[in-house]
Design a protein around this ligand. Structure first.
Ligand SMILES: *Cc1c(COP(=O)(O)O)cnc(C)c1O
Length: 388
């Protein structure tokens, strides 16, 4: 049997492979400190779970409209208007099976073979593969710790060709935690408008930011950039709802209609009663979001201080998300060698930077408790010191 050529063009998600290996070791009873989590370690807030349970009991268990429950699309549009200053209505919103699904749908709706998509590296693991699965061509633009892992307007301009269709902006970033300042976003927006390309803004970590960091949505900077922006967001990170599979995409009615058509022939609507949990999430008190944010802020401080005390590792202080991205080049190892040896020798799980297009880095998630952070960084320190 011969599989489709597209299968050969993509790689299995490396982040999932390492977490799976760590989980398997844990299941065998091995004492693993895992910093591999790509999700909050908190339970979903009670009022959200209660709303979904009640929705089951009241019969919200049937097919619904492919683009989502009207009440949820309305609530999301309201959130985008008030939180993000984006002039969207319900018809500009589609509810999807997670932020990942949003982006995948969007690529299918926008890309023709040969269309180029500009992706700054380090990037979220799935972006390049999604583009390839939709027959597009990922164009990777590298950034490093010198620029705080942010693409400059000049780099963006230079990467744009006649084939460029889309630029993927992810602020706050997974894996680096970098957050673009309002001035930086504005400068990128100018290039996007001047060159007349589209931008998809992945804002899944917008609520997880620290100190006096500000999140601004690129589409809020004027009508010209608004017309070229698609927003991708979801409930997974802010509300600790990763397993619920709930995301959304917002954009022009034309794009949302196209994405809805695609979704209507693939997944149809998102689980109906889960959407009622999402309604409670957006419409209810946002205190739960703030509580989780504060816990992340404390752990970030602990982990960052410990990492900075390890000679041979370079870690830029992140302004958002729940990851630290450390440069390991002084160890002379590739990121896979490093992660494999660290797991085997010290029983610490971290994600190799190669998954994000940065082979001289590792990603550590601090979505775990402080004792685990202390213990795991002790082990990491021992490992790094013995490999310098
Ligand atoms: C987690 C994540 C998403 C979306 O995750 P879903 O669980 O599919 O909602 C999107 N982008 C980035 C950068 C993420 O880290």
């Amino acid at each position: 049997m011969k599989l489709a050529a597209r299968v050969g063009q993509v790689t299995p998600s490396l982040t999932l492979i390492i977490s799976a290996k760590a989980k398997a070791m844990k299941a065998e009873g091995i004492d693993i400190c895992s910093f591999s989590a790509g999700e909050p370690d908190f339970d979903t807030p009670e009022h959200i779970k209660a709303a979904a349970k009640q929705a089951i009991d009241s019969g919200k268990t049937k097919y619904g409209p492919a683009a989502g429950e009207p009440k949820l699309r309305e609530a999301i549009a309201h959130k985008l208007r008030t939180d993000n200053h984006l002039d969207y209505n319900a018809k500009n919103v589609i509810v999807t099976n997670g932020g990942k699904h949003s982006l995948f749908n969007l690529m299918l709706a926008l890309l023709d073979p040969g269309d180029e998509v500009i992706i700054p590296a380090p990037y979220w693991v799935s972006y390049p593969d999604m583009v390839k699965l939709a027959s597009g061509k990922p164009v990777i633009v590298s950034t490093d710790d010198q620029s705080g892992y942010k693409i400059t307007p000049d780099q963006l301009r230079q990467a744009i060709t006649a084939q460029t269709k889309l630029f993927i902006l992810n602020s706050p970033s997974n894996p680096t935690g970098a957050v673009y300042t309002p001035a930086e976003i504005k400068a990128l927006a100018e290039v996007i408008v001047e060159k007349d390309i589209l931008v998809v803004s992945d804002e899944i970590y917008e609520k997880i930011i620290y100190d006096d960091t500000q999140h601004i949505s690129i589409g809020s900077l004027g009508s010209e950039i608004f017309a070229r922006t698609i927003i991708s967001n979801g409930f997974a990170k802010a509300y600790s709802m990763t397993g619920w599979r709930l995301g959304y995409l917002a954009g022009s009615a034309e794009i949302i209609k196209a994405v809805t058509t695609i979704q209507s022939h693939s997944t149809s609507n998102v689980c109906t009663f889960a959407q009622y949990g999402a309604i409670a999430a957006v419409e209810g008190s946002q205190d739960c979001v703030e509580q989780m944010r504060q816990a992340f802020a404390q752990r970030r401080q602990v982990m960052l201080e410990r990492l900075n005390a390890i000679p041979g590792l370079i870690t830029v202080k992140p302004d958002g998300a729940f990851y630290l991205f450390a440069n390991i080049s002084k160890t002379g190892m590739t990121s896979l060698e490093f992660c494999d040896a660290l797991l085997e020798q010290e029983r610490v799980a971290v994600i190799p930077g190669i998954a994000f297009g940065a082979d001289d880095h590792i990603r550590l998630s601090y979505a775990t408790d402080t004792p685990t952070i202390e213990k795991g960084i002790d082990r990491l320190e021992k490992f790094v010191r013995s490999h310098l």
